[in-house]
Design a binder for this molecule. Structure first.
Ligand SMILES: [Zn+2]
Length: 333
């Protein structure tokens, strides 16, 4: 048994409380590699932001859970080395799909887990989330649960259609499960191809996706005042990165994300955690493709991973400062 507190990590409770009260959101960046971890830590330290480093089931399969936990431990020490005396770093399981997986992560140093029973019938979702919460809270690990289904594809999580969260269910669900935060579905979507061009409107030559259902968000906020809300699938899929990828030999068609203005608006509400994964993948791939195209003789991974890391760091800082507003929000700097 490894307790996250021994690794210098924190759970989400205090940072969410401050984020909801302060009208900003904490970034939740997925990571699979050392370079992503370094870029996340450098960005968080430079902006003095709390940060959630999250691991999907796919990341555990790719990189191994023990290695990822030690990367998170290294992240805390690295942040201190970079001059941040009191970093607030959460190691979070993204889309846990069973009690067993959540328990394994809690027993192995995670400070927060998501149990995603959103595809189950309502009562089964309640029962599963409640079971995870009861186990997690013994160790002061916080739990995110989900109501409503997001469309899109993210690692092993995929759904053809979205089902908006029903505001009339949220009080019953949060009370009976005891969850610490709630992921909702209001029109965000997983992956880099969130919408088909047919679903979008053409504005000044740019495809703009349908707006998020802010009416549902506000109704949920009214029912659960001050309760932490989470948005998944919130990459904005910057055209600049997509164009770089396509310019240097890639082939990404109709990649469309969530406009940043809408995420900025959501951050000001009870939404206190915004998940961003695809944008980091795009930033990394764009920088690597560009570097290799311009330096065909390079074969040392450090030569192309360094600009990839720089590009991700730039993207993370941009999100923190210009979209989520979590810069300067550490409890102690
Ligand atoms: Zn998700």
């Amino acid at each position: 048994m490894v307790n996250y507190k021994d690794l210098g990590l924190v759970n989400t409770r205090e940072m969410f409380k401050r984020a909801v009260a302060g009208g900003y959101a904490i970034p939740a960046f997925n990571f699979n590699t050392m370079e992503q971890m370094q870029a996340i830590v450098m960005a968080a330290v430079e902006t003095k932001s709390p940060v959630i480093m999250q691991v999907s089931k796919g990341a555990r399969n790719y990189a191994n859970g023990t290695i990822l936990r030690n990367l998170a431990k290294g992240a805390v020490e690295y942040a201190k080395e970079l001059g941040c005396e009191h970093p607030e770093i959460v190691l979070h399981l993204d889309h846990g799909d069973s009690f067993e997986l959540c328990k394994e992560c809690i027993d192995n140093g995670f400070s927060s887990v998501m149990i995603d029973g959103s595809s189950l019938p309502y009562e089964e979702n309640v029962a599963l989330a409640k079971k995870v919460v009861e186990y997690a809270h013994q160790f002061d690990v916080t739990v995110e649960a989900e109501l409503g289904v997001l469309a899109g594809v993210e690692d092993e999580v995929s759904s053809a259609e979205s089902h908006y969260t029903k505001p009339e269910e949220v009080i019953d669900f949060s009370t009976r499960t005891g969850c610490d935060s709630l992921a909702i579905s209001i029109g965000t979507s997983h992956g880099a191809h969130k919408f088909t061009p047919e679903q979008c409107t053409l504005v000044n030559g740019v495809l703009v996706p349908p707006p998020l259902a802010f009416d549902i968000l506000h109704e949920i906020e009214k029912k659960l005042p001050g309760f932490p809300i989470v948005l998944h699938g919130s990459s904005s899929v910057p055209m600049e990165e997509v164009n770089t990828i396509n310019k240097y030999g890639g082939h990404l068609e109709a990649a469309i994300g969530i406009p940043e203005e809408q995420l900025r608006e959501a951050s000001k509400s009870a939404v206190c955690k915004i998940n961003i994964d695809s944008d980091s993948r795009l930033a990394m791939t764009a920088a690597i493709r560009k570097h290799l195209a311009e330096h065909p003789g390079d074969f040392d991974p450090r030569q192309y991973l360094k600009p990839a890391r720089e590009n991700m760091k730039k993207m993370y800082i941009h999100k923190i400062v210009n979209v989520l507003g979590s810069d300067g929000k550490l409890a102690q700097c």
